[in-house]
Design a protein around this ligand. Structure first.
Ligand code: PLP
Length: 390
């Protein structure tokens, strides 16, 4: 009997399945796993946001269906934040759309703007949702390699003539998961020019825009001239405020594209719980030191990992932003083999680069969303193995 649609058959296999078996075995043997594979903040949501949720949850006005686009208070506050942060004025009515987490919006976007067969450029390595979303919409995801020699910046001009003809949508993601690379405003300006010339939409995934290192401040694609006509950008509360479980985010930018996305969503979901939206509004009112403290925690963890791996002789790519460190696997291993060997020998779990696309082969990703003490012990265990010195 037929069980799943052909569309589902096209989705990639879950690449970490084999690793999960190794992890389960280690757990059964009673070993303590130090899990640095997943990007899910270990720190709690700030107290004032939780208090705002509790207050809003007690208000019966919030117990009914929300409006699909999001409450005007949230859209207005998001627009104000955007203007203060990036100097770009947004019309909260047409240029801000509330989402059930940015993954939801990113995943529904191809349904909103692509016809079957249209080409969608996706970064490789990259967040797997972009390619799957394109496939689910019947579009054709084309992977564009992020290369070390280009500082992992996606070359939006690289596509062949054939690809260019059908090109409809291009996902960009900076600060980048998994490489940690950052983009400059000049980079976005060029991308916007190419998109305008060739008539495709840029989807900038800015989930990590507020988590950057050193003096890096991540720009927005909407700061580029013409950005508001060619691009939409996805911002999330998940990583900025440790709210991954709350499922709340927003998209900004080109009102035509956003209205298409809203149309898809209005047929699928009924908006985010209003109490969660009110709590999200309160997040914008936290003092800047709140975020600064979190950035410092990640910066310290990042330094611990980079210094430790470098001292082992591993080739590391210090991140500009996001909550990951990207590094090259030792000679003689592919990425999945290395992650499995690491798990087996040290009970430290990392993500193999190949899980993010074929161009991720040869690399692995360490997530910084674990306590410093775990990270230090994990580095100690890896260092003892001498992976890079034999
Ligand atoms: N974009 C990137 C690059 C991510 O890594 C993630 C989550 O890990 C998301 C989007 C999803 O974030 P959200 O929790 O807002 O759905």
């Amino acid at each position: 009997m037929k069980k799943s649609s052909r569309r589902l058959d096209g989705l990639p296999r879950y690449l970490f399945a084999d690793l999960e078996n190794v992890r389960d075995e280690a757990k059964r043997a009673g070993r303590e796993i130090l899990d640095l594979s997943i990007g899910d903040p270990d720190m709690p949501t700030p107290g004032p946001i939780i208090d705002a949720l509790a207050r809003a949850a007690a208000d019966p006005a919030n117990h009914r269906y929300p409006t699909g686009r999001g409450m005007s208070t949230l859209r207005e506050r998001a627009a104000r934040w955007f203007n203060e942060r990036f100097g770009v004025k947004l019309d909260p009515e047409r240029e801000v759309l509330c989402l059930l987490g940015s993954k939801e919006g990113l995943a529904h976007l191809p349904l909103a703007v692509c016809d079957p067969g249209d080409v969608v450029l996706v970064p490789d390595p990259g967040y797997p949702v972009y390619g799957s979303a394109a496939m689910l919409a019947g579009a054709n995801p084309v992977r564009v390699p992020l290369k070390e020699e280009d500082a992992f910046l996606m070359d939006v001009e690289a596509a062949s003539d054939e690809v260019r003809r059908g090109l409809r949508l291009c996902y960009l993601n900076y600060p980048n998961n998994p490489t940690g690379a950052g983009a400059s405003l000049e980079y976005y300006q060029r991308a916007v020019e190419v998109a305008a010339e060739r008539g495709f939409v840029i989807c900038s995934d800015a989930a990590y825009s507020e988590i950057t290192y050193g003096r890096m401040r991540s720009p927005s694609v909407l700061q580029a001239e013409g950005g508001m006509e060619t691009a939409v950008e996805f911002h999330s509360f998940s990583k900025t405020y440790n709210m991954t479980g709350w499922r709340i985010a927003f998209a900004v930018g080109d009102p035509v594209t956003l209205s298409c996305l809203e149309k898809v969503k209005s047929n699928i979901d009924s908006g985010a719980f209003q109490a969660v939206q009110e709590a999200a509004v309160s997040a914008f009112d936290l003092p800047p030191e709140d975020l600064e403290k979190r950035r410092e925690v990640y910066e310290k963890r990042k330094d611990t990992v980079v210094t430790a791996l470098e001292s082992m002789g591993c080739r590391v790519f210090p991140p500009a932003g996001a909550v990951y460190v990207w590094a090259a696997v030792p000679e003689g291993y592919d990425s999945t083999g290395f992650a499995a060997a690491l798990l087996e020998r040290t009970a430290v779990s990392v993500s193999p680069g190949a899980g993010f696309g074929p161009s991720g082969e040869g690399y692995f990703r360490i997530s910084l969303t674990a306590p410093e003490e775990h990270i230090e012990r994990a580095m100690g265990r890896i260092g003892e193995q001498g992976f890079w010195t034999r």
